[in-house]
Design a protein around this ligand. Structure first.
Ligand SMILES: CC[C@H](C)C(=O)C(=O)O
Ligand SMILES: [Mg+2]
Length: 559
């Protein structure tokens, strides 16, 4: 703690008297100035069930920091709810909130000259935003995930948020009664906690545990369970030890620990958003990492976990089966993790995993590496004339891994969803949803509403969908996101016309528009960049400063 704000020596200490006086107003006593000042970034919010159960975790963090001899300084971080914003104009603020949260953490830690920070978050963007802020501030930090939600129940079936999105398609296709549709809506979300499948929130929390920035087992605990409160108290004590050792985030987040995180993302079948967020996290950490690194990792890491959206189980089932340590132990023993990487516990990955038991034969959530669900990872980077910078698709478990079909072009999400609901999209079509990228959306919204409706209508395996927007972690099927360059920047996706033939090829990792270069040149000569949808405020700032999705859609990429 090289901070003369707390020293009493007569030269530096005197000048800091006004700073210290402010602390006395907060109940500090003179002896407190010898203790570390540690921030608690509290994501509690009654905006969404993902964050409505965080206050008791913030309280536990404060108790744990005080008990470990530190001064806790609580500040708030905002959130929006992806589930509530999905399919509305509000979803354009989702990725923007990642930047707002990272700026908030960086600003408070830097502005208050904190010695460490414990960040608590729940909904999707809270995790990457918090991690980016911790890496920019680079004081000893720990991430505390708010915890996953328990399943809802109806007619003997587990329910979660994606059940409702898919019910929209089922009901619109006449495959579900109105009574069932209404009951599923009311029962799917039983209380506080983040969306229960291996969707974006659980993907990022699990990845942070593998990265070494969260406590072992903590990423799959349920928000409502007491163990979540207990692990938060432990996280506070671990952080105070890290402050004493000056163990900083950039000592932990390295190219090799990011490989560990991506290996776990592949093994658990995680969200496509992890590609965008880990490009941004690597940028914040100053670590060299490109979109092609995901393809390198996909080829060598198998899918081991049977988890929703395309699998059977939820994060609470993964926790019961051994959690992320059980997955990491399988990968480490197969030589697919770097065991020497340092973690926030002060131990290496291998040391943290030393006492993890073997997989129980009584569970079928986690497969051994010797008998994986899929031999290679599911998150693939596709390229071709529609996305020369690379784009993202989940390619495992597809009945039709190659589709060539006529383009059905939409310049906004709402008209695409309306066409699906009206039965105007047929098997074999390739939907093109564009002007939804970081700049064009703006804000690169997630497309769970149309992809969920396609699944519900039974078209998930026969209709392709490509977009310069993003997908929710609940999306699966023949879908390709993060197409770059985006339409607003004049990418070839902007030149697609209704009926053009498009191929999505999961074997060749190809996204190709079958239109000749001369015709494309003719169309480009006639193309004009549309007027920006927002000219003031956060969406205008994001649109002006966001870089390509193929580099993480960050706002501070100036090189
Ligand atoms: C499942 C949907 C969830 C709300 C989400 O947005 C994500 O996982 O990205
Ligand atoms: Mg989301």
């Amino acid at each position: 703690m090289s901070d003369n704000r707390r020293s009493r020596n007569i030269t530096e200490g005197v000048a800091r008297a006004p700073n210290r006086s402010m602390y006395y107003a907060m109940g500090y006593t003179e002896s407190d100035f010898g203790k570390p000042m540690i921030g608690v970034a509290n994501g509690h919010s009654t905006i969404t069930p993902c964050n409505s159960g965080l206050q008791r975790l913030a309280d536990a963090a404060v108790e744990g920091l005080r008990a470990a001899g530190a001064n806790p300084q609580v500040f708030g971080t905002p959130t929006i709810s992806d589930g509530m914003a999905m399919g509305t104009e509000g979803m354009k603020y989702s990725l923007v909130s990642r930047e707002v949260i990272s700026d908030c953490v960086e600003t408070c830690v830097g502005g208050q000259w904190m010695d460490g920070v414990l960040v608590i978050g729940g909904c999707d963007k809270n995790m990457p935003g918090g991690m980016m802020g911790m890496l920019r501030a680079n004081v000893p930090s720990i991430y505390v995930y708010g915890g996953t939600i328990l399943p809802g129940r109806y007619k003997g079936q587990d329910l979660n948020i994606v059940s409702v999105f898919e019910a929209v398609g089922q009901f619109s296709a006449g495959k579900m009664s109105e009574e069932d549709f209404c009951e599923i809506e009311k029962r799917a979300i039983p209380g506080s906690g983040s969306c229960g499948g291996m969707y974006t929130a659980n993907t990022m929390s699990s990845a942070f545990e593998a990265l070494g920035m969260s406590l072992p087992y903590s990423s799959t605990e349920a928000n409502v369970h007491e163990e979540k409160v207990e692990s938060t108290r432990r996280a506070a004590a671990v952080l105070v030890e890290a402050v004493k050792k000056d163990l900083k985030p950039r000592d932990i987040v390295t190219r090799e620990s990011i490989e560990n995180a991506v290996a776990v993302i592949m093994a658990t079948g995680g969200s496509t958003n992890a590609v965008l967020h880990f490009l941004a996290i690597a940028h914040a950490a100053g670590v060299e990492w490109t979109i092609d690194d995901f393809e390198r990792m996909r080829k060598k890491v198998p899918v081991l976990c049977n988890l929703k959206p395309s699998g059977q189980y939820l994060a609470v089932d993964l926790h019961r089966a051994g959690g992320i340590p059980a997955v990491m132990k399988e990968l480490l023993e197969a030589g697919l993790l770097h065991g020497h990487c340092m973690t926030i516990t002060g131990k290496t990955v291998a040391e943290n995993l030393a006492d993890v038991p073997d997989l129980s034969p009584d569970q079928d959530v986690i497969q051994p590496v010797s008998n994986p669900i899929y031999a290679q990872g599911h998150l693939a980077i596709l390229k071709g004339n529609l996305s020369p910078e690379g784009c993202v698709a989940k390619i495992t478990g597809l009945k039709n891994p190659v589709i060539t079909g006529p383009a059905r072009v939409f310049d906004d999400e709402q008209s695409a969803l309306a066409a699906i609901m009206a039965g105007q999209i047929k098997a074999g079509d390739v939907m093109v949803l564009r002007y939804l990228g970081p700049k064009g959306g703006p804000g690169m919204p997630e497309m769970l509403a149309p992809t969920g409706a396609l699944i519900g209508q039974g078209l998930g395996e026969s209709v392709g969908l490509i977009t310069d927007g993003r997908f929710s972690g609940g999306t699966w099927g023949m879908v390709v996101g993060h197409v770059a360059p985006e339409a607003y920047e004049g990418g070839n996706i902007a030149l697609v016309q209704e009926g053009d033939a498009i191929t999505i090829d999961a074997h060749q990792l190809l996204l190709q528009l079958h239109v000749g270069d001369e015709e494309l040149a003719r169309r480009r000569a006639q193309w004009k960049q549309p007027v920006p949808r927002y000219t003031r405020g956060v969406l205008a700032k994001f649109a002006r400063n966001a870089c390509s999705a193929s580099s993480g859609a960050v706002l501070d990429k100036f090189d």
